[in-house]
Design a protein around this ligand. Sequence first.
Ligand SMILES: [Zn+2]
Length: 122
Amino acid sequence: MDELSKALFWAGLVCFLLAGPAGLLLPGLGGLFSTLFFFLLLMAFVRAFSRRLAAREAENAAYLRFLEGRKRAFRAWQDRFRQRKNYRFFRCPGCKAMLRVPRGKGKIHIQCKCGYVLYRKT
Ligand SMILES: [Zn+2]
């Protein structure tokens, strides 16, 4: 099993565990989780026993790239969260870059590297 198959397998197990309690809350929800459980486990095993290795490797690589992107976004968010007392963060509407400015300077003009100027309260 590669990383993607393992993830499908564990996601399937989580759905299996959620199916019971979810079914008590809302009758349709339990069935949905049961279906998801079955589908995810089926996918995990089909992938694990597939002989088209190149295709499975490509899927796994795409999954790992996606995961790496999520991890990077999460670490960036953690960084901003740690600095929140001293800095404010704005996203540049022009180039989507994250801009960091010191807090408590009142309303200031912030110029991004791309040339875009924002007028924001700090
Ligand atoms: Zn910009």
